[in-house]
Unconditional design. Sequence first.
Length: 260
Amino acid sequence: MTNEPFLSIVIPAYNEERRLPATLTAIMTFLAAEPYASEVIVVDDGSDDRTAEIATAFPGVTVLRCDHRGKGFAVRAGALAARGSIILLCDADLAVPIEEWPRLRAAIEAGYPIAIGSREGVGATREGEPWYRHVMGRVFNGIIRLVALRGINDTQCGFKALRREVARDLFRRVRIYGDDAPVVRGAAVTAYDVELLFLAQRRGYPIAEIPVTWRYGAETKVNPLRDSWRNLRDVLRVRWNDLRGRYDVTSVPVEEVAPR
């Protein structure tokens, strides 16, 4: 017997008082029908609205308050605080419905240490996305493949599951949005995912890319110009850090990470 939950859901949130109630209602309703123990952690990324107050009002939701250092820092803080055997990272707008979680769970239980939602490939569905956003995403993915990561069609989908020990191993190694990440202004959409998955590949963790349904939100915080530049900068910093030997990327023994 253990008091540890099976699943931890980590939700980074910056000024999400409008979208968070529906997201938490959907997640808590879904979890109430599941037989396993779970926890939900909302990481308040220095919001200046009622985000933390709203999250605290939901029974069973833990609120972790951070300085406003961006999504990458918030996700890391939540993942390192999570107690579940599996940690699911999802966005505050729940663009990927929580009902897609069993797909990622199946991959984790099949032996993959990491399973990521993908908006690309057979079986994936994009709903309501403007054409220019899709083009921007594919161009950015091409840059990622060229500079840092190979073999992954969609690094930026905000729906990822990791075994707890793997999440802790990777998030303790990140450099861009680690303990010394600077305080930022405004919404800060980042490419923290690229650094996380880069380290996962270098450490030898197999990654299952699972097609999911994704819904474009009209209230998205993505600023095409500002965030495209920030994301590109993050990708280049990953490569620069690697060239300078700033990452400890000793491979994990194969028997510890290979899918069963």
